[in-house]
Design a protein around this ligand. Structure first.
Ligand code: PLP
Length: 283
């Protein structure tokens, strides 16, 4: 059991082995629901705080609205507060908020978990990521005028994302970057792609591409713009990534991790730039 804390909306913090999901909950039978992944940091006194809570709640509000699932932001805020109160292990941990559509004749199910940081993250942060690109099969603008495709919604339907990560591992890599059918760089299965060229930072635009608006990428771009970087939403190819100074995969729990190998080509690391970006992301 990797779950250290379990909280259920409407019930509060419960024993982590407590059953949560009814067998006909569409969240598990159809992946019909949404989630958020956040980082909790706990100081030496055992006081915990969640990074970027407002941005995550705002995105969950957008996800639930797109799915037509009720979202009780006040109740979620209270449950997160309760989880922080009981989680006192110093260091970093992963907080997950899950909101399902619920069973056929019942109410939506909301629960959260606190789990240890994935075991491989410290190594990946230290050594960087070996990445392979994989085709996503959709064109760059596939999500334009097609809200039913749920572009930008953090749904529970991550089976394809997880399969892509397993494929990357099968090929001896740590991570993958999805590329559109017409060659545009999209995102990683659980992270945004950001690259630096000189003093410019770039990422793929959201919207038509259907990629998720990353809360860490957004924080980074806001803070970088105030620190002499220019920031750009750019439709790029893999060639553009090969030509960039540094390329990162960026997300809330793992943070920004620079890519040291892309499709078999080694990339020189730039520790000065990398550490500046980590600091701007609060890592
Ligand atoms: N893109 C996808 C598909 C993701 O799943 C995630 C994180 O879960 C991100 C990007 C990065 O988002 P954030 O920085 O908010 O964690």
């Amino acid at each position: 059991m990797t779950v250290s804390v379990l909280g259920i909306l409407g019930a509060g913090i419960v024993d982590p082995t407590t059953p949560v999901i009814q067998a006909d909950d569409a969240g598990v039978t159809r992946g019909d629901g949404c989630f958020e992944g956040l980082r909790i940091r706990t100081d030496g006194e055992g006081v915990s705080a969640v990074d970027k809570l407002e941005r995550h709640l705002a995105r969950m509000g957008r996800s639930t609205a797109a799915l037509g699932i009720p979202f009780d932001e006040t109740a979620w805020r209270g449950l997160v507060q309760q989880a922080c109160a009981v989680w006192t292990t110093p260091g970093e941990a992963a907080l997950k908020l899950v909101q399902t559509r619920g069973p056929l004749d019942g109410r939506a199910t909301g629960f959260l978990t606190v789990s240890p940081l994935p075991a491989d993250y410290p190594r990946q942060r230290r050594d960087g990521l070996r990445v392979v690109s994989l085709a996503r099969g959709l064109t760059t603008h596939a999500f334009a005028d097609a809200p039913w495709l749920l572009g930008g919604v953090k749904t529970l339907s991550y089976a394809v994302n997880m399969a892509a990560q397993r494929e990357a591992e099968r090929r001896g890599a740590d991570e993958t970057i999805f590329v559109a059918a017409d060659g545009t760089v999209l995102e990683a299965p659980t992270g945004s792609v950001v690259w630096a060229v000189g003093t410019s930072l770039h990422t793929t635009p959201t919207g038509d591409t259907g990629i998720l608006a990353g809360t860490t990428q957004q924080l980074l771009f806001e803070r970088a713009a105030a620190a002499d970087w220019t920031t750009h939403e750019t439709l790029a190819t893999l060639e553009d990534l090969h030509a960039a100074d540094v390329v990162w995969v960026i997300s809330s729990v793992r943070g920004p991790v620079d890519i040291v190998e892309l499709d078999g080509k080694q990339r020189a690391r730039m520790p000065g730039v990398d550490s500046e970006i980590r600091i701007l992301c609060n890592f």
